[in-house]
Structure formats: structure tokens, C-alpha cells
Design a protein around this ligand. Structure first.
Ligand code: NAP
Length: 341
């Protein structure tokens, strides 16, 4: 491998793919050649990288000749069907979908937590669920200090977490409400939703991903399952309710965590302040706490509203916010690729 890499981005036109290009460019990733892949719908269109036009190609099994690093972000079935072709062609795949995450042969990596796991890869490395990655940016340093036993959490998830069509759905519904000059108490629109099961504008939908027999959703169980794998903590337990809200960008998670050791608030604050990739914004008296609108577009996640949990022994309650297109997807994937250099 030369110093400059032949990088492919699969799903380049998507909400995550666009951010991947930006991260590769902004972080100065040593890209020698760039192959942009998407569906036949996008083939022939151009995207800019470092000021140059790059033509998008249709993804086929033959797309990976000469590719050294392939960043996949086009959904689970595309990863299932095409990642093996990329690996066969000699590329290392960093996959954003959930398809390979719990495969014991596939490392699941947040570089600030378990970068060393990258070494064990057999061609595919998985990027974690966005809500899980953002939560662990704050939870893992606390775990190192106090030993986490279990968490109770609720997420407030942005529509860009569902992709480009969901962003358009929220924008369209909001415009419809304004154009019809509706009153605040007439917010239920006549138009039918397409992406979500219910209107997302002016709403909160406690339904992210599909439901399991247990009553939890798949998204909710990712926190426990992926959290165990990333933290190397098989006893970790998580009871989560995931909620989609009409925010365009950045997920927020309210977490109550119970630890083995007693939690000292000043120590917790110090641990979080020195954690990589995390800012502490915690001055409620001055109305300073992490907000989705402020964290959108930023690489670092942020934590605030720190307080001893009044209902748990050895408990800490906190609020963590992260741009799920960045730390929850594109940035984390490029950081994993940097571990390969
Ligand atoms: P998106 O905006 O809907 O983009 C989907 C991308 O996949 C587009 O580039 C699309 O290309 C491409 N694609 C669809 N069908 C294809 C096909 N048959 N062959 C080749 N390419 C195809 O979705 P997204 O939000 O970027 O998410 C992409 C993946 O990242 C998903 O697996 C998702 O679970 C994961 N992820 C997303 C986030 C997030 O915050 N959005 C976070 C973590 C992980 P066209 O434009 O040509 O249709």
C-alpha cells in the first residue's frame, strides 16, 4: 500500500455519504483516488471533492478493483451483498449499516474507546449505531472511573438519522403547516407521511426501527448489545426508549446510569472534561447545556445536566448530545479508516 489510498464511498449521495466526503477532505485523509458509488439513479452525476468534480458510478460487484478502503453507507442489504466483493478485491470495508455489527468476526469500533480492536479485523470493521456511539462517548469514561452496571435512557433522535428522505419529509410538513397558515392547535396535517409511520412535524414518535417480541425496538436494544461489545463489558444492561423528534440534526440522550462504585460529582465532571472527543457544557444557572442546534455540525459530542441520580444507588444522571451524521456515522468511520493507515 502506498501512502495515498484508493478510497471508495458506497452511498456517496446519502446523508452520511456527503458527510464522509467532507470528513475525508477536512481531516486531510490521504486520498490518492476516490471512487463514488451509489444507485443507478445517481450514476453520471457529479460530486465535489477538494474542488474537483468526481463522477458517481453505479455500484456493481466489479466496482472495487484497486480499492484499498471502502466506506459503506447505503443500508444493510447493500452491505450484505457488496461488502464481500470489496473484501475479495482486497479492500478493507468500514461499514455503517447494522448488518455486521454483532458478527463475532467483525470488530465494532469507537476509536476513542476500543481502537485496538481494529487490529483483529478480517476485512470488515463495523461502525456502531449512532445513538449508542454518542451515549458511549460520555458513558465509557464514567465506566472506567466507577464501573457501570446498567442504564435507563431515552433518546431524542433527529430525522437526518433516517436519511435524506426523512429530512425532506420534516421540511415539507413544516412548510405545509406554515403555508396553510394553521393555528398552533391545528398542527395535524392532511397530507400522509411517507418515511415515518406518523407525521413527524410538531410530534414525538416513540418508534425507531422495528419492534421485537419483547416490546423494545431493535434500535433500543442496540445500546445494550453494541455497548457490551464496544466496552468489552458483557454484564452491561440498558433499558432504552428511542424517540424520533422534529429536529433536523444531532441526537440527544437522557441517561440515568448506575455504577458499582459511589459516584463523586466533582470526579465525574473531571473524568468527562478530560475524555477525548467530548465537551462538558454544564452551567444550568446560566442556561448552558448541550443543545442539538449548537452541536449540529461539530465533531465533538457534549455532555451536561450532570447530577447525582435521586432514584438510583451510585447513580449519575446526564444529558449527552452528538451529531449523529458525524460521530454517529461519517466521522467515526473516517477515524476507523485512520486507524488503518
Ligand atoms: P440515505 O440518505 O437514504 O442514503 C442512502 C444512500 O444509499 C444513497 O447514496 C443511495 O444512493 C444509496 N443507495 C440506495 N440504494 C442503493 C443501491 N441499490 N445501490 C447503491 N447505492 C444505493 O441514508 P443515510 O442516512 O445516509 O444512511 C446510510 C446508511 O448509514 C444506512 O445503513 C444507515 O443505517 C447508516 N447510518 C446512518 C446514520 C445517519 O445518521 N443517517 C447514522 C449511522 C448509520 P442514491 O442517491 O443513488 O439513491
Amino acid at each position: 500500500m502506498s501512502n495515498l489510498k484508493h478510497v471508495a464511498v458506497v452511498g456517496a449521495t446519502g446523508a452520511v455519504g456527503v458527510e464522509m466526503l467532507r470528513c475525508l477532505e477536512q481531516r486531510g485523509f490521504p486520498v490518492g483516488q476516490l471512487t463514488l458509488l451509489a444507485s443507478a439513479r445517481s450514476a453520471g452525476k457529479k460530486m465535489k471533492f477538494k474542488g474537483e468534480d468526481v463522477t458517481i458510478q453505479e455500484l456493481t460487484p466489479e466496482s472495487f478493483a484497486g480499492v484499498e478502503i471502502a466506506l459503506f453507507s447505503a443500508g444493510g442489504s447493500i452491505s450484505r451483498d457488496f461488502a464481500p466483493h470489496a473484501v475479495k478485491a482486497g479492500a478493507v470495508v468500514v461499514d455503517n449499516s447494522s448488518f455486521y455489527r454483532m458478527d463475532p468476526k467483525v470488530p465494532l469500533v469507537v476509536p476513542e474507546i476500543n481502537a485496538a480492536d481494529v487490529k483483529g479485523h478480517q476485512g470488515i470493521i463495523a461502525n456502531p449505531n449512532c445513538t449508542t456511539a454518542i451515549s458511549l462517548m460520555a458513558l465509557y469514561p464514567l465506566h472506567q472511573a466507577f464501573g457501570v452496571k446498567r442504564i435507563f435512557a431515552s433518546s431524542y433522535q433527529a430525522v437526518s438519522g433516517t436519511g435524506a428522505q426523512a429530512i425532506e419529509e420534516l421540511a415539507k410538513q413544516t412548510r405545509e403547516w406554515a403555508a396553510e397558515n394553521r393555528a398552533w392547535d391545528a398542527a395535524k396535517l392532511a397530507s400522509q407521511p411517507h418515511v415515518y409511520p406518523h407525521q413527524i412535524a410538531f410530534n414525538a414518535i416513540p418508534h425507531v426501527d422495528s419492534f421485537l417480541d419483547s416490546g423494545y425496538t431493535k434500535e433500543e436494544m442496540k445500546m445494550e448489545n453494541e455497548g457490551r461489545k464496544i466496552m468489552h463489558h458483557p454484564g452491561f444492561r440498558a433499558s432504552v426508549t428511542c424517540v424520533r423528534i422534529p429536529v433536523f440534526r444531532a441526537h440527544s440522550i437522557a441517561i440515568s446510569a448506575e455504577f458499582e462504585k459511589p459516584v463523586d460529582l466533582a470526579q465525574a465532571r473531571a473524568v468527562l472534561a478530560s475524555a477525548p472527543g467530548l465537551d462538558v457544557i454544564d452551567d444550568p444557572a446560566s442556561k448552558h447545556y448541550p443543545l442539538a442546534l449548537d452541536i449540529a455540525g461539530r465533531d465533538n459530542c457534549a455532555v451536561g445536566r450532570l447530577r447525582l441520580d435521586c432514584a438510583l444507588d451510585n447513580g449519575l444522571a446526564f444529558w449527552v448530545v452528538g451529531d449523529q451524521l458525524l460521530k454517529g456515522a461519517a466521522l467515526n468511520a473516517v477515524q476507523i479508516a485512520e486507524c488503518l493507515l
